[in-house]
Write a protein that binds this ligand. Structure first.
Ligand code: ADP
Ligand code: MG
Length: 325
């Protein structure tokens, strides 16, 4: 197959174009449908053995947890809370019952944590084990779309970026680190924390014009906001929030390199959002333990990256985002 993931999504989007007031379809973290004056958010995501995890290595508890967490993150990016989900399992002969039991244990744990209910699904035979979840939710106020950003607005990101990609490198034995720190990064990769509660608070305090969750990599996902909003951006790489104190001196020496890996690595499940407001990030951190960092601003056009006042050639960054095929 020659299609890239985004090439194919664009083709599908154009082929199935429809225009119906009140319905937002392909192109955002979740679809929005309106009825009886209420908005419903719907999102779906799948994890496939051999592609997104390795069944012979993965902890099935964490797999159950993560398969719902990545969907919750999409609902958080729409400014909403998750409510109900449908689960489809592609079951293969090589699984044993204890693995399935652990999977459900993990799934149950996160559904309790976020008060979400399983309302249906399907079980099918498959060559490779896969999990597909469709999650329904509702916005706290209005749905936040990728397309709402405007030039001159501030760009913010929650939490820290790059931990998950670094955790994956540690898991694959590509990097080494002391045990204690190692666990932090690996957990950030295996057990993402969807930012539902943080977004609820931020939305109640500030005007948020657009948002996306970081699944493919901060840079690629910020480009999605820019494309949908028909804007450009200035991104200050030295402001990207990294878990510096945990990474250690070795990586800080090659800071720019690490930052480039962090913004293209993916699976952070933090939220990038734009706002015309100047957010009091210190107050958010002090009073509500919510971490938010201003990383740039939207402009009329062009994607400009700066590192300590120096402009970084966009072409330097070959691998802009994960491609999932
Ligand atoms: P995310 O990373 O937020 O889950 P994706 O990059 O997977 O989003 O998808 C981008 C948009 O394309 C979403 O609105 C999604 O619903 C849509 N999409 C992806 N695959 C398909 C498909 N096979 N058919 C229709 N829409 C799709
Ligand atoms: Mg998303």
């Amino acid at each position: 197959m020659k299609y890239t993931e985004f090439g194919l999504i664009n083709k599908i989007r154009n082929d199935f174009l429809f225009d119906d007031e009140g319905i937002i379809g392909i192109g955002d973290d979740a679809a929005v449908i309106s009825f009886f004056n209420k908005n419903l958010l719907i999102t779906t995501d799948a994890l496939v053995d051999g592609k997104h995890f390795l069944s012979e290595k993965v902890d099935f508890f964490l797999l159950g947890y993560k398969s719902l967490a990545v969907n919750i993150s999409d609902i958080a990016a729409m400014g909403g809370k998750p409510l109900f989900f449908l689960l489809t399992l592609g079951l293969s002969d090589y699984l044993d019952d204890s693995q399935i039991d652990m999977f459900f244990y993990g799934l149950k744990s996160i559904s309790k944590e976020y008060c979400i209910h399983l309302i249906g699904g399907d079980c099918v035979g498959a060559k490779d084990f896969f999990v597909s979840i469709t999650l329904l939710g509702e916005p706290f106020s209005k749905p936040i779309l990728r397309r709402g950003a405007k030039a001159k607005e501030n760009i913010y990101v929650t939490g820290s970026i790059g931990d998950s990609a670094f955790g994956l490198s540690l898991l694959l034995g590509k990097e080494e680190l002391l045990l204690e720190e190692k666990d932090f990064f690996i957990e950030r990769h295996l057990k993402p924390v969807p930012r539902v509660g943080w977004m609820e608070k931020i939305i109640s305090m500030y005007k948020i014009s657009s948002a996306i969750d970081v699944s493919d990599g901060l840079l690629g996902d910020l480009i999605h906001i820019a494309e949908e909003s028909k804007c450009g951006f200035e991104l200050y790489l030295d402001r990207i929030p990294l878990s510096k104190e945990k990474i250690g001196a070795k990586f800080c020496e090659m800071e720019l390199n690490y930052i480039l890996q962090a913004i293209t690595g993916g699976e952070d499940y933090e939220i990038i959002f734009t706002s015309p407001d100047e957010i009091d990030v210190e107050k958010l951190e002090k009073e509500y333990k919510i971490k938010v960092t201003k990383i740039g601003s939207m402009v009329d056009e062009g994607y400009n990256l700066f590192f300590k006042e120096r402009m970084i050639d966009f072409a330097e960054i070959k691998k802009v985002s994960f491609t999932h095929f």
